[in-house]
Design a protein around this ligand. Sequence first.
Ligand SMILES: *Cc1c(COP(=O)(O)O)cnc(C)c1O
Length: 404
Amino acid sequence: MDFKPANNIQDLQYFGEFGGVNPSISDSSTYTFLSAKTMFDTFEGNADGCYLYSRHSSPSNLYLGEALAAMEGTETATVTASGMGAITPVLLQLCESGDHIVSSRTIYGGTYAFLKNFAPRLGINTSFVDITKLDVVEASITNKTKVLYCESVSNPLLEVADISGLAKIAKKHNLKLVVDNTFSPLSISPAKLGADIIIHSLTKFINGSSDTVGGVVCGSQELIDQLRNVNDGAAMLLGSTMDSLRSASVLKNLRTLHIRMHQHSKNGMFLANEFEKIGLKTVYPGLKSHPSHNLFKSMMNESYGFGGMLTIDVGTLDKANALMEMMQKENLGYLAVSLGFYKTLFSAPGTSTSSEIPEHEQEEMGLSDGLIRFSIGLDADIQRTFNKMKECMVRLKILQEEIV
Ligand SMILES: *Cc1c(COP(=O)(O)O)cnc(C)c1O
């Protein structure tokens, strides 16, 4: 594939009001009009390029949205106050009471909770399926199904979705394929593989500095207009608007995303290889042992690698906790949820977030209590990091000394 998402960001040219090399920040919630007629037309959605009120749109938010649309190769995008603030309006825009969603069973905990516990209150029900089995996905579709939902690389098991295969099914049954691409920005471009709508939590790799939450919906002009419609748009009416000051800062961080992803992936690949070599059960899409290694390879934009997320299994929750505490003490990273930071972050997702899955299947999938999820940092000397991590594992008897 010759899609070059980072070039598309690089090629945007934004100037500030006084020739600044960064666009001016729109520090206003409301905008003046020279004529009352233009104000009326703007309300009706008939005055392009005019701003009315910042919950609807603001220059700073449009800049960030256009940059993310360029990255994903969609017509346009709208930014939101958080990843969940992107996901829930999209699903509520596409579905009404009585409608049905087919979703991957291994998705972000918040999305899962929304589909499982909240959406049914509005008459929207979801079937959770093994997204890697296209026949199972297709068999779950009913005449009420409106949406096929997945993550390109899933949380926490790093299952990889066959986006082209899912897109074919979606087209055939007239569904929208919605893909959460939070774990694999730049590496995977779902729109190029046939996805209709791409969502990110900007909180993670894209902003990359763990200083804010944020989200984006990338899609067709028609969808984004619907989301922002003043009369019935879910993004407009539910109000998950990003603040302009924040969208300006996320845009500045976005410019280094390709360099950061490159380093996250390089470090991830190195650690995954070393972990596997010393006998740890390691899951990383870049490893040949990953069941979807070839699928990931077939979908990826080569130069950004396999990403910064990996998991290891150290057997028990007690061992996982002890290891994470020791690694934090040794300053190898932080015991924290989230991802995409310059420091390595680790947490034990355990079996709790995937309670929809029967226990024997959890085992089969490799969802165990001893699982540690790593978001690998930007460490300049990853060999040193590995040596120190290995030392911790020997001290805790997770590894026998002779293997090492
Ligand atoms: C964090 C995350 C979300 C939710 O994003 P917020 O910014 O925390 O609201 C959604 N999907 C995935 C895959 C995530 O990792």
